[in-house]
Design a protein around this ligand. Sequence first.
Ligand code: NAP
Length: 313
Amino acid sequence: MKIIVFISELESELQDQWLTSIKKQLINETILLPHQVSESQVKSIDIAIVANPKPKDLDKYPNLVWIQSLWAGVEQLISAVLKKPIKLVRLVDPQLGQTMAESVLAWTLYLQRNMPEYARQQAGKQWKQLPCISSKELRVSVLGAGALSLASLNALSKLEYQLSCWSRTPKQLNGIKSYSDFNGLQAMLRKTDILINLLPLTPQTHHLLDKELLSELPKGSKLINFSRGAVIDTKALLELLDIGHLSHAVLDVFEQEPLASSDPIWSNPKITVLPHISAPTNMHTASEVVANNIRTYREHDVIPKSVDIKVGY
Ligand code: NAP
C-alpha cells in the first residue's frame, strides 16, 4: 500500500490542524508524519505533502514520485528535486488568487488615495487636501502574468485602471497591455504610476529590480512588493525612496524574514511594512486542491502540472 508523508516546519498545533483538514478530504489514504514512518514503510512513500520542510528531509524517501507544496512559492524546494526524477507541485488555488487580488486592490487604493500621506498629516494635525487621481488616469503595472497576477489584474480591471503586465512569454489579454523581455520591461516601467511585483523568486528574478531598472519608473511613482523580497534590490529601493524618485513602497515580503527589530525599514515613513500577509493559504480550500491532485494521481496516474526546474518556477 502507498503512503503519504506530511513534512513541515509548522508549529505542532498548526501542523495538526493541517493534517486533520487534509485527512478529512482523503479518508482512504494513509498520511503519516516523518516520525510515524517505520523502516519498512519508507519505501512505500510516493507522495510528500510539505510546508516549509528542510530540503534534506525529503532525501529519506527513495521512491518519492512527487511533492505537493501547501504554498504557492517554492523557491526553497528546488534544491530538493534538483537532478532527481521527483516532480515538485506548488499550490495553485483559485481562493489564493482571490485573496491576493483583494490585497492588490486594497493596497493599490491605499496608494492611489494617498493614505500614507493622510496618516502622516493626521499625526501632525495637518488639514491639507491632496490631489485625487481617478483610477482611469492611473497606470498600474504588474510584474508577472501567472495565477496570482491574472486574478489581481482581473480585480483591478473592474476599476478601469490603465493596466499592463510583464511576463517571460507574451500574453493576449483583453484590455491589458502585455510586455515581455528586458526592453519590454523598461518600456513598461517608464509608463507606470504604481508597480506591483508578483514574480516568483528565481535565479533570473533575483535582484531584477535593481537601481537601474527602478530608476526607469517615473519620478513619484509607487511600488508594491507581494511576491518575494529578493526580487528587489532593497538597498537600491531605499536609495530611490530617500532621494524622492519613488514616493512610497508597500512591502509584504523582505530579503530577511521576519524583518529584524533593528531594521531601519520599520521606521521609514516612505515604507508601509506588512508581515507577509498579502495572500495566506486558506487551509480548507488548499486541502481540497491537494486532495483532488492526489485523487487524480491515484485514479489516473496523472501528476499535476509541476514546476519547471530549468526556469525555477
Ligand atoms: P505563477 O503562476 O508561476 O506565475 C509567475 C509569473 O511570473 C508568470 O507570468 C511568469 O511568466 C512570470 N515570470 C517568471 N519568471 C519570469 C522572468 N524571468 N521574466 C519575466 N516573467 C517571469 O506564480 P503565481 O502563483 O502567480 O505566484 C507568484 C509568486 O507569488 C509566488 O512565486 C510566491 O513567491 C508569491 N506569493 C506570495 C504570497 C504572499 O503572501 N506574499 C502568497 C502566495 C504567493 P510566464 O507567464 O511567461 O510563465
